[in-house]
Each structure stands twice: as C-alpha cells, then as structure tokens.
Design a protein around this ligand. Structure first.
Ligand SMILES: [Zn+2]
Ligand SMILES: [Zn+2]
Length: 259
C-alpha cells in the first residue's frame, strides 16, 4: 500500500496545505489540500474520496474536484457519515457557494455523488475494506481504517481529541496517521477543541499497545505551522517515541510511505 501525504497542516501557505492523504493514488482521505498537489490527470485517477467531517480544512479541495469532474463528464464518488453529507449539501453545494454538483449535469449522472458511511461497520469501497471509527471532535467525525486486498491497513484519525480506546478494539492497522495539531503548551485547551497534543496522544498509544499487543509507527498530521509549534511537537514527540520505544514522525507535504 502506498500512502502520500498531500496536506499535513492546519493552515495553508506556500509550504503547507490542509489535510489530505492519498492511498495508492486512487483513494483520498479528506480533501483539504487534495487538488493543489495533484495534476489534473492524477485527479482523474481518484476513485473515491472519504471525508472524516465537514470542517472547511478537510473539504476544501472537493469543489475543485467536482468542477473538474463536471467539465470532464465524470463522477466523483464521495463517502462520509450522514452529518457530513447533510452539512455539505446544505451549506456548500447549495447553488450559492458552489453549484449543486450532486444534480449536475444530471441527477442520474452527477459530477458529485455522496454515499453514506455507517460507523463501526466494515464496508467495501473499490478494492478496499473501510471501517469508520467515531472520534472526538467538535462536529460528528470519524477516522478511517483502510485495508487493501493483501490485508495491509492504516488508520487515519481525522481530527480528534483524546478518548479513543473504544476505537482500538475493532482495528489492527500497521500505520497510524494521527491528529496532533499543537504542542503540549495547549494541553488544557486541545481536548475542548477536539485535537491532540503529543502528551494527549501518549496515553492513547499506551492503551493501543496494551489492547493490541503491538504499536505501529505513527505519523502526526494537522500541525499548526506557526508560533514554533512544529518544533515543539517534534521535540515532544521524539521524547514520547523514546519512552514507548516506537517511531513517531511529523508528516509533511510530499511524504510518501509504503507498507
Ligand atoms: Zn475539524
Ligand atoms: Zn481540521
């Protein structure tokens, strides 16, 4: 399984993009920086987009992808929980902010087709088994475990605060891509905002190891790229990696991992 981090940050700039992860060039997890980092040809290869929640930094690329699909007469298949789909159809693709691509060019063959994902239930999408796990954020949100036909799997948390132990029971990924928006300077505020810091992530990883008997490598994502936060996160994450005797890396735009 090939994983490319297209966007790893909570702000956009020349260097940074909103969160988006591409699996095997065909499955997109969130659509933050999705279109900025791909050629038009690469965009056409995407078979499905899985959204974790409705926040703008996770859906931003969807409108461009839908316009591209409209002009190419193809359909973008988008998977999300009901709350996310309702938010997008009501507030984004509502003929005010963006055209209603779910009915254009025709309701039978739209540029954008939404499919409902049910949490805590394995579902086949293309050649993958997808398992959506409810996580703790300020709006209804899920993370995704993606498993390919060879049994290789990753977990992408989307945006989440601490309190994930129930998630771990149902999954066995060989890579964790986890929210870590800010450093431990924000350890008191982060749970209320529905985000992790390294110090909040540590007990989650300990619980994972206790429950599963192993701990896969961890890639952190969704960092705030200012106020020296990334340097702090890197320092704190290195300390935790040492304590847990595991690998924790900060994700970055263009990072590629093969598992
Ligand atoms: Zn969010
Ligand atoms: Zn976010």
């Amino acid at each position: 399984m090939n994983i490319k981090i297209l966007g790893a940050h909570a702000l956009e700039s020349r260097r940074t993009n909103f969160v988006s992860v591409l699996v095997d060039n065909i499955l997109a997890l969130d659509a933050g920086g999705l279109t900025q980092k791909l050629s038009l040809q690469e965009q056409e290869r995407i078979k499905a987009v899985l959204l974790t929640h409705s926040h703008a930094d996770h859906i931003e690329g969807l409108a461009g992808l839908a316009m591209h699909a409209f002009l190419s007469n193809i359909t973008v298949e988008v998977y999300a929980i009901t709350d996310t789909i309702t938010a997008l159809t009501t507030h984004v693709f509502n003929s005010v902010i963006h055209p209603d691509f779910t009915r254009m060019p025709s309701p039978d063959k739209p540029s954008l087709r939404f499919h409902t994902i049910k949490p805590n239930k394995a579902q086949s999408i293309d050649d993958y088994s997808v398992f959506a796990l409810p996580v703790r954020h300020s709006v209804p949100s899920v993370g995704y475990q993606i498993t390919d036909q060879e049994g290789k799997s990753i977990l992408y948390s989307g945006d989440t605060g601490p309190g994930l132990p129930s998630c771990w029971e149902s999954i066995s990924p060989s890579l964790l891509i986890m929210d870590c928006a800010v450093s431990d300077r924000w350890i008191s505020e982060a749970p209320r905002l529905g985000h992790m810091t390294p110090g909040l992530l540590k007990p989650e990883l300990v619980k994972f190891r206790q429950g599963k008997g192993y701990l896969p490598p961890v890639v952190l994502i969704h960092m705030v790229p200012m106020l020296g936060e990334e340097k702090e996160i890197a320092k704190e994450a290195a300390q935790i990696a040492q304590e847990l005797n595991t690998t924790i890396e900060l994700g970055y735009e263009g990072m590629e991992i093969n598992i």
